[in-house]
Design a protein around this ligand. Structure first.
Ligand SMILES: Nc1ncnc2c1ncn2[C@@H]1O[C@H](COP(=O)(O)OP(=O)(O)OP(=O)(O)O)[C@@H](O)[C@H]1O
Ligand SMILES: [Mg+2]
Length: 510
């Protein structure tokens, strides 16, 4: 008897089917991957089984018994846990407080006080047991996106779990952190826990899963065992198109004579996250930043844009020099930041796609006080088509879009302001393979048009595929700058790990 059996599930939002006639069976102890394009219905499926949404039609059986899962608490009671695609944490609460959200807090025996020490002890215990190292005493607002993901993983592991849903868990994790997650998955699996794994990274899917279900436009397009599955077959099931755009052939370009768009000299931030970083981006050039966890990549982009106060250093954008950049000044200079945390910084969730996309450039559409709505809508529609944003129309609220489609809106918004310098933090996280190629193509197009691109990715093959040069960071310092032509992933990783070993050795010597 399967652990979970779902029969003919439908879910409608307004007039639209997000899921239609989906039937899936999950066995105890299996890793079952769920794949499909952005907006295919993966997160909606997860939200139904974890009690966030109610299905429009269909049946759910748990150990052979039909069940109604009418709240997240009801799902947890059955032993169903989830790490959602978007983080569900309270920013002002500490890591430990967030861990225990929704659980009975340990109480004092004789009066209703909470036993904080006991909570901390239990949190530290699970942390040590799983080998996850995050500062639980800090408020979540001060944690980085990967730390928040690790916190949610910890939270899911705090409870007994028969079925665990992971929705894009590795989207902001580095390879090492992802490895940690994979070993946890193996451990859970050997204890008989079933895992439903959602990811756009097909190599992870092949590595982890026993069976793979493909969704397309809310319908089940097929189910394959790992032995039957290969990349081509999966992509064919995922898309209507016969052929997927192949990545462009890269050409090496000579940019040493081009003007410098961005010059960063000896940068250090007040919070010490960036200690000593220097780099340059020329026109027509794409520069990738790579480093292991905690290397300070995101922080460097934020510092350049003006989100982190500087302690030292000079930033020059198109010959305009500053040592105290601000976001307003950056925008004026033609710099855009595509942030990693799109819900936090990238989008206003309760505004429409159109409003979000034209927010920073509204003045371009106003003449004598009135908004030129027609032109605005036409431009928005053009961007939406080119990035294949799946939505009912440009007036749909971004909170109603799937995760990957939100990411596309963030990207489209940046393109709308015609910047001369793009700062992108994980620009393709959570987007499907088709759009990933499209975003790469658009970045290349921007560079070819004479702009500069600086981007951070924890996906080393992506850096090597897209960038002309790679800047390697370690512990807040830029330690090397290498042309990508002829460079292999091994070379870059060796550099990172060697630095880490040397760093540890000198630390011990002190
Ligand atoms: N709350 C909502 N209101 C209206 N429509 C919604 C809502 N949530 C999801 N949808 C729609 O349902 C469809 C499926 O979305 P879902 O989030 O399940 O996609 P997904 O497969 O998880 O995609 P991604 O890979 O981008 O995360 C999309 O068309 C989306 O716009
Ligand atoms: Mg999703």
């Amino acid at each position: 008897m399967p652990l979970l059996s779902v029969k003919q599930l439908d879910k409608m939002f307004g007039q639209h089917y997000a899921l239609k006639d989906v039937s899936i069976e999950i066995e105890a102890g299996e890793v079952h991957a769920l794949v499909g394009e952005n907006g295919a219905g993966k997160s909606t499926f997860i939200k139904i089984i974890t009690g966030v949404y109610q299905p429009t039609a269909g049946q759910i059986f748990w150990n052979g018994q039909e069940v109604q899962i009418d709240s997240p608490a009801a799902a947890r009671q059955l032993g169903i846990n989830v790490i959602h695609q978007e983080r569900h944490l309270i920013p002002s609460f500490s890591g430990t407080e967030n861990l225990f959200l929704g659980l009975p807090y340990p109480r004092q025996k004789w009066w209703p006080g909470i036993r904080w020490k006991e909570m901390e002890r239990r949190a530290e215990q699970v942390k040590a047991e799983l080998g996850i190292d995050i500062p639980l005493h800090l408020p979540v607002a001060e944690m980085s996106p990967p730390e928040r993901t690790l916190l949610e993983i910890l939270r899911a592991m705090l409870l007994d779990c028969k079925l665990l849903f992971l929705d894009e868990p590795t989207a902001s994790l580095t390879d090492q952190e992802a490895e940690l997650l994979f070993s946890l998955i193996n451990r859970l699996q050997s204890q008989g826990t079933a895992i439903i794994y959602v990811s756009h990274r097909l190599d992870e899917v092949f590595r982890l899963s026993d069976r793979i279900t493909v969704l397309r436009n809310g319908k089940k397009a097929g189910m394959l065992t790992r032995a039957e599955a290969n990349r081509e077959r999966l992509i064919r099931l995922m898309t209507d198109e016969e052929k997927v755009a192949v990545p462009q052939q890269r050409q090496t370009r000579e940019v040493s004579q081009e003007p410098i768009v961005l010059d960063v000299k000896d940068l250090a931030t007040l919070d010490g996250k960036v200690k000593k970083a220097s780099l340059q981006v020329r026109r027509r050039e794409i520069v990738g930043i790579f480093g292991l966890a905690g290397a300070g990549r995101t922080e460097l982009l934020e510092a350049i844009y003006g989100l982190r106060p500087l302690k030292r250093g000079v930033i020059t954008v198109m010959e305009r020099q500053t040592s105290s950049p601000t976001p307003a000044q950056s925008l004026k200079n033609g710099v855009v930041l595509i942030p990693e945390d799109r819900r936090g910084h990238g989008l206003v969730m309760n505004m429409s796609i159109r409003e979000n996309m034209t927010l920073p450039i509204l003045s371009a559409y106003t003449s004598s006080g009135a908004i030129r709505g027609k032109k605005e809508r036409a431009d928005v529609r053009e961007q939406m088509t080119s990035l294949n944003v799946k939505a009912t129309d440009s007036e749909q609220r971004v909170s109603e879009l799937s995760g990957g489609n939100q990411q596309k809106v963030v990207f489209a918004k940046a393109l709308m302001s015609s910047p001369c310098l793009f700062l992108c933090d994980e620009p393709t996280q959570a987007v499907d393979i088709m759009t990933r190629n499209e975003i790469h193509r658009l970045l290349r197009e921007q560079a070819d048009a004479g702009n500069g691109v600086l981007f951070v990715s924890s996906d080393l093959p992506e850096v090597l595929e897209v960038a002309d040069r790679v800047v390697v960071m370690h512990d807040g310092e830029s330690i090397a700058e290498l042309p990508v032509a002829g460079l292999g992933a091994e070379d870059v990783l060796q550099l990172c790990y060697r630095q880490r070993k040397e760093g540890a050795a000198s630390h011990e010597a002190k």
